[in-house]
Design a protein around this ligand. Structure first.
Ligand SMILES: [Zn+2]
Length: 110
């Protein structure tokens, strides 16, 4: 699936689950898919832009924003959004888990 299709897929899914409405201002115009924790930051967790639109793995980090709200937010974290911190925490926890698994594998080998 191309990136464009992945975004379209995530877009449709969000419309179904959250409604076709901007999560910030409630507008119904020009809705775009936004990462609550921006994809530029997800790269630090080894998550590619392609993967970041996967609704199964990253649906909790996706929201619909109208174009105006999306360009205001840009690639920053909106800390006034109460979901931001728990989502960032979940990515940190996952990273920690993955690193512990690697440690265990390493210890099993030696
Ligand atoms: Zn808006």
């Amino acid at each position: 699936m191309s990136l464009k299709n992945k975004i379209a897929h995530a877009h449709n899914r969000l419309k179904e689950t959250e409604g076709a409405i901007c999560a910030k201002c409630g507008s119904k115009n020009e809705l775009t898919v936004d990462h609550i924790i921006p994809s530029s930051l997800l790269e630090f967790f080894g998550i590619t832009r392609e993967t970041s639109y996967n609704p199964k793995k990253h649906g909790h980090n996706l929201q619909l924003l109208c174009r105006a709200c999306n360009s205001l937010k840009s690639n920053r974290v909106d800390w006034s959004d109460k979901r931001s911190l728990p989502i960032l925490q979940s990515y940190l926890d996952k990273l920690h888990e993955d690193l512990s698994d690697k440690d265990e594998e390493h210890n099993n080998r030696i």
